[in-house]
Design a protein around this ligand. Structure first.
Ligand code: ZN
Length: 178
């Protein structure tokens, strides 16, 4: 796992473009390349900005599913900047500061983001992003309080493709692992 940047300069070099951020997430999620969560197939079609469809079982996997950025309409770049801000501000952070930094239109959005980021950072001893970002159980895929509804939707999608497959091939397959 590559290091998360230590300086603002390194950060800017890596994450000023949307592609840079997406590449980073890709490497976090699939360090050895795409793996279908269901059977581990390594081939996929990219069917959207963040979507990959397994060539074997047709399961569609979102790069951002189960992460802070799931369903976001804002650029990843902004989220990465927000994470940088939250983890590197010595003087403490607040929604107004975040709003200004990112040029967010609404204070409400900034407040909601801050809240989300803080919830994702509840693990003690984590004062920098690397520790939290490197494992997708923490920051990136972190605890998702209040997202149970979406998780359930995800399961619903898996379930329906499982049924489709079963109908199509007449074989029993294991339930979708996320
Ligand atoms: Zn698959």
């Amino acid at each position: 796992m590559e290091e998360y940047p230590k300086t603002m300069q390194e950060f800017q070099d890596s994450f000023t473009t949307e592609d840079g951020c997406r590449e980073y997430l890709l490497r976090l999620r699939w360090p050895e390349g795409f793996r279908c969560p269901r059977y581990g197939n390594s081939q996929a079609w990219q069917t959207g900005r963040m979507l990959f469809r397994c060539t074997e079982c047709d399961l569609e996997t979102s790069l951002t599913a189960g992460t802070l950025f799931q369903d976001t309409r804002k650029p990843l770049r902004l989220w990465f900047q927000a994470m940088w801000y939250v983890t590197n501000q010595k003087q403490g952070v607040n929604a107004l500061g975040l709003q200004r930094l990112l040029g967010l239109g609404s204070y409400r959005t900034a407040w909601a983001w801050l809240h989300k980021l803080r919830r994702a950072m509840v693990r003690p001893g984590r004062d920098r992003l690397p520790g939290t970002v490197e494992v997708d159980e923490t920051f990136i895929g972190g605890p998702r309080p209040g997202k149970r509804g979406r998780g359930a939707e995800g399961k619903g999608r898996c379930w329906s493709s499982w049924r489709r497959r079963r109908r199509a091939r007449g074989s029993v397959v294991s339930a979708c692992g996320r």
